[in-house]
Write a protein that binds this ligand. Structure first.
Ligand code: SAH
Length: 260
């Protein structure tokens, strides 16, 4: 699709993918296991969208784009109903608004809000069985990192609590317009089948506090909980956040929860 006189908007972090083979490759990672609706975040000029439409003509597709100029363009050129093209900030979008309860997410995401996008996905994880997304490479590495590594952190633990994650492939800068300063990578998230058996609020709080002081032992960083009965009997207190696996963070959360 050609587009003339379009003003790139820095504030929306617009880097358009030029390489159609990469676009196709990303879309082909959608498994369509247990869902038939896909929501694309930030379709831009629709390079991924085109493949979503041609490869999967029988599936439902919704696009969420913040830039009004792009919305105008997409509504004009895409062969889908206008109410599938939603002009909205994804971070303020609630799937219940359009009665969506089971859908995958795809996108070449705006990198300046990648963590917030992930947190938003985690908020609605019960509706989202799968996500295929392009992130800044460094963020993709952090999401897929494991304990003991330097890149292991809040995003790794929280995303991997709910999803099995996979680093799919790295994408070079030169396939975007304009050329970004950083490399990119595509990852997949597939929701874990087992139910999370612990309190989401405590888990998020505990993981954030522990990693915000990652060099401290947990008995020092988790002082917030020191008044709960038998605090000292909680396991892992002599370890540091980066030494705990995702499973161990869940165990820790449960231990805090039962004592509270
Ligand atoms: N998918 C396109 C564009 C990627 S650039 C491609 O691969 O070429 C990121 C896109 O996200 C832009 O279209 C930008 O306008 C949009 N965007 C930025 N912030 C957004 C937000 N908060 N909600 C929805 N879309 C957003």
């Amino acid at each position: 699709m050609q587009m003339h006189n379009f003003f790139l908007k820095k504030r929306f972090d617009q880097y358009f993918l030029k390489d159609k083979n990469i676009a196709k490759k990303i879309v082909n990672y959608l498994s369509f296991e247990n869902y038939n609706t896909v929501v694309e975040i930030g379709p831009g000029l629709g390079i991924l969208t085109q493949y979503l439409l041609t490869n999967n003509p029988y599936h439902h597709i919704f696009l969420i784009e913040i830039d009004e100029e792009l919305i105008f363009f997409l509504k004009k050129f895409l062969p889908i109903s206008k109410n599938q093209i939603i002009h909205k900030d994804f971070l303020k979008w609630n799937p219940e608004e359009i009665d969506l309860q089971n859908f995958a997410i795809i996108g070449n995401f705006p990198y300046n809000i990648s963590s917030q996008i992930l947190f938003h996905i985690l908020r609605y994880n019960h509706y989202i069985p799968e996500c295929i997304g392009m992130f800044q490479k460094e963020v993709a590495k952090r999401i897929t990192s494991t304990h003991g590594k330097k890149t292991y952190g809040i995003l790794s633990v929280l995303v991997q609590t709910f999803y099995d994650v996979k680093y799919l492939f790295t994408v070079k800068k030169k396939v975007f317009f304009p050329t970004p300063n950083v490399q990119s990578a595509v990852i997949s998230l597939k929701r874990k089948s087992e139910n999370l058996n612990c309190n989401k609020n405590i888990l998020f709080q505990c993981v954030k506090i522990a990693f915000n002081q990652r060099r401290k032992k947990l008995k020092n960083s988790l002082q917030l909980y020191r008044h709960i009965p038998n605090f000292h009997k909680i396991p892992f207190l002599n370890k540091r956040a980066e030494e705990l696996s995702v499973k161990e963070f869940l165990q820790l959360t449960k231990e805090i929860e039962i004592r509270k």
